[in-house]
Design a binder for this molecule. Structure first.
Ligand SMILES: NC(=O)c1ccc[n+]([C@@H]2O[C@H](COP(=O)([O-])OP(=O)(O)OC[C@H]3O[C@@H](n4cnc5c(N)ncnc54)[C@H](O)[C@@H]3O)[C@@H](O)[C@H]2O)c1
Length: 198
């Protein structure tokens, strides 16, 4: 049986660790050419080297989702290297800040709120904008955004994280509906955390 993602190019953000790292290896083992994108350059390079050493294909591209220019540069690099983008699997989170500094809003410093919302929600907007435009040009692509059940049921002491992830869940629905309009034969999957165009 041929690999299910042969010929596909998959960008995995936050791929230097955790779920993104596991996803990058899985996409590669299914035949995709994987773009390991992360702010942590040493760990990201190790992930792409390990994938290549296992006989699959990956490149590392630095990414800081705070910065629109960094996101756009990642997309330019991938387009130059691979010529297309079939998948975005978006996993970036500033986990240490969330775990150590998020609070209920009555005790939450504004700078912590702004930083968590910027990485989790604004970063999702920046990546979906730049990559979504390429997918519209191609008339194909799949976007998978990692959210959390905490955004749906609430989690005491995590007001910034749950609010930002709630925004990601809501954006997933409107993004799926909005991008589907650009397909000649739209096939829309209304999964809670998955926007599919093809
Ligand atoms: N681990 C869990 O239990 C869990 C549960 C529910 C949802 N999630 C979600 O799944 C996703 C992955 O979680 P994880 O536990 O694997 O996280 P992780 O901390 O292991 O990985 C996050 C990655 O994001 C990168 N990153 C941080 N800031 C960045 C930035 N500005 N630009 C680019 N990259 C940046 C980090 O370097 C890291 O490699 C997150 O969106 C998280 O909210 C995780």
């Amino acid at each position: 049986m041929s690999p299910r993602l042969a010929g596909k190019v998959a960008i995995v953000t936050g791929a230097a660790s955790g779920i993104g790292k596991a996803g990058a290896s899985l996409f590669a083992s299914e035949g995709a050419e994987v773009v390991v994108a992360d702010i942590n350059q040493d760990a990201g390079r190790s992930v792409s080297e390990a994938i290549n050493a296992a006989g699959f294909r990956a490149i590392f591209v630095p990414l800081d989702v705070h910065d629109t220019a960094s996101v756009e540069e990642m997309v330019r690099t991938v387009m130059k290297h691979s010529g297309r983008i079939d998948v975005l699997f978006h996993n970036v989170v500033n986990a240490r800040m969330v775990n150590q500094q998020d609070r209920r809003c009555t005790e939450l410093p504004e700078d912590v709120w702004l930083e968590i919302v910027d990485v989790v929600l604004n970063g999702t907007y920046r990546c979906c904008k730049a990559i979504g435009r390429e997918m519209i040009r191609q008339q194909s692509g799949s976007i998978v955004l990692s959210a959390t059940v905490d955004a749906l049921v609430g989690c005491a002491g995590y007001d910034a994280y749950t609010a930002a992830k709630g925004g990601v869940v809501s954006m997933t629905r409107s993004l799926a509906a909005g991008l589907a309009r650009d397909r000649r034969l739209p096939k829309l999957c209304r999964n809670r955390t998955t926007a599919r165009m093809a």
